[in-house]
Design a protein around this ligand. Structure first.
Ligand code: FPP
Length: 254
């Protein structure tokens, strides 16, 4: 750990602890470009990206963020070259195994959100074990979106609700936003207050389409492997400068 990051173990003094986002979501983009800039294979970017993620998990815990959700693998990422897909599957599996002691020591609750049933068997097994072993921890909710697609999540939620209607448990007119939230992959979690996207792209890329309805967006040109505590600090400063109105007006404006 560098001298700067050691100093940043504490919440920076210019941040208001009471106005921190409770839930931060991150689109970790730019691993490939980070590697290409260094004439390295793309997978080296993902490797470094995994280290960056480890640091961010610890940082969220140190600074008192309650929940962190990251986009590790989208339903569209299957279209990448087979070698890269296989590498990412293995990396996520290894991360879950390798980081288990860390998550237990730091009391991090891990959840994988997405279509887990369609993941390779070895990864599925690791997912189930990690979720079970960390289910009782409360210091940070760490959600890893894997084989996740926002549209697909909404479609499967509709299917679940339709099944309840068909079974006579619910009338169509009784369906509320709360019913819907209960059948999303993220059931039980709060919506993100802040979405961070690295590498400068201004897209939501099918991530948490329902849950991001009122999230603040922060985009940085920094590539994901370079997103350190200083960068996270900048994102939180920007967040604390925002006026979250949820469709209302503030003050006495007419
Ligand atoms: C986007 O960068 C990144 C991904 C599709 C993978 C994200 C995965 C990690 C950060 C690895 C660590 C995560 C876990 C859970 C182990 P890109 O490849 O699209 O970059 P590019 O846009 O520069 O090509």
């Amino acid at each position: 750990m560098s001298a700067t990051s050691t100093a940043l173990r504490q919440l920076p003094a210019d941040l208001n602890r009471d106005a921190l986002p409770k839930h931060v979501a991150v689109i970790m983009d730019g691993n490939g470009r980070w590697a290409q800039k260094r004439k390295l294979p793309r997978i080296m970017g993902h490797h470094r990206g995994a280290d960056t993620l480890h640091d961010l998990v610890l940082c969220c815990k140190d600074w008192g963020i309650e929940s962190l959700t990251v986009y590790a693998f989208s339903t569209e990422n299957w279209r990448r070259p087979e070698k890269e897909v296989n590498f990412l599957m293995l990396l996520i599996e290894q991360m879950l195994r390798r980081e288990m002691r860390f998550m237990e020591e730091e009391e991090v609750r891990l959840r994988v959100v997405g279509n887990v049933a369609a993941l390779p068997k070895a990864l599925r097994k690791e997912v189930e074990e990690s979720m079970e072993r960390t289910a009782h921890f409360k210091s940070l909710n760490f959600n890893v979106a894997t084989n996740y697609g926002g549209r697909q999540e909404i479609v499967q939620a509709c299917q679940a609700i339709a099944t309840q209607v068909q079974a006579g448990q619910l009338a169509p007119g009784e369906i509320t936003e709360q019913h819907f939230e209960q059948v999303l992959y993220t059931a039980g979690a709060t919506d993100p207050d802040l979405l961070i996207r690295t590498s400068g792209e201004m897209r939501v890329s099918n991530f948490l389409l329902w849950q991001l309805a009122y999230s603040e967006f922060y985009v940085t040109d920094t590539l994901w492997p370079d997103f350190d505590r200083e960068e996270f600090h900048k994102a939180l400063v920007a967040y604390q400068d925002r006026d979250r109105r949820y469709g209302k007006v503030t003050g006495s404006a007419i």
